[in-house]
Design a protein around this ligand. Sequence first.
Ligand code: HEC
Ligand code: HEC
Ligand code: HEC
Length: 225
Amino acid sequence: MRNITISFFSLVLLLGVAAGTPQALAAAAAAKGAAAAPAKDTVAAPANDAAAAAPAPAKAANTFNRLMRPKSERNPPPPGDGIHDSENQGTHQLQPPKEAFANLATSNVGNYVNWVQSLKNKAVTPRYDRLDPNAEALILELDIVREVKGTMPDVVYPHDRHTEWLDCSNCHPDIFIPEKGKNVISMAQILMGQKCGVCHGKVAFPVSECRLCHSKPKTAAAKPK
Ligand code: HEC
Ligand code: HEC
Ligand code: HEC
């Protein structure tokens, strides 16, 4: 009789101590259910509860964030890309990006093509002669260094890698006055789609690639490894 009293007492004590944790509450609920249910269900009930408590496996990555697409879903064909009208017959005539990009150098961001490298490899050849058969590219070898306040490396704007694709009039004078230091540029403007952000993040590599623009270390100590 004495033994039974002690063990019952310690059980109450144990439950009291454990009651604070959610697992303990769930275990207590499961035990209660098991006790109330008919005998053949007593084994199954706690197992079912455990399965219900486990989180459902994720079906896919968060596709709201286009940067988090799994590799297989990158650059979908035009009818399924959420940009083109899938009911328009013309959309189905468009070449799927994966086919068009097959021979191009790859990158991990944007549309996953390294366009600068692809141009260097001659995998793409811009058509300067589209309107005038005698037109030639006017490639300007001029780097503009923009000193950045704070600890970020300075920005180097390379004319050559832009004028291999673009005409001077794509930037001058509407986006940038062609005179060093005449333009006020800030990261806030770029993120809002102005200045460099007119293209970067839309048709050129995205703003997440800090080091491609901020490429000139201020001191030897600040050099990227
Ligand atoms: C993608 C945009 C872009 C294109 C295309 C472009 N530039 Fe520029 N250019 C700039 C930026 C940015 C600056 C720097 C302005 C500043 O520092 O305030 C600049 C500065 C200049 C300057 C001033 C240099 C100095 O030291 O004062 C000249 C001259 C110039 N560009 C000529 C050209 C010519 C010629 C072309 C075509 C062959 C061209 N640019 C194409 C963006 C561009
Ligand atoms: C008119 C469109 C346009 C504007 C404006 C523009 N860029 Fe670009 N930029 C491009 C394109 C197109 C490329 C080549 C494609 C790519 O790399 O995604 C490029 C490439 C570059 C590269 C070469 C990256 C590499 O891999 O070598 C740098 C650096 C760069 N841009 C910096 C800037 C900076 C800094 C500004 C603002 C001062 C700017 N760009 C403004 C269109 C633009
Ligand atoms: C497309 C080119 C480009 C990319 C990509 C880029 N920046 Fe900038 N950033 C600039 C330019 C241009 C300036 C203005 C420099 C000046 O003062 O003339 C600037 C300025 C800044 C400044 C100084 C303060 C300000 O707002 O002007 C900071 C800090 C900065 N960038 C951080 C970053 C970080 C962090 C990233 C990556 C998440 C990044 N930048 C990506 C071009 C770029």
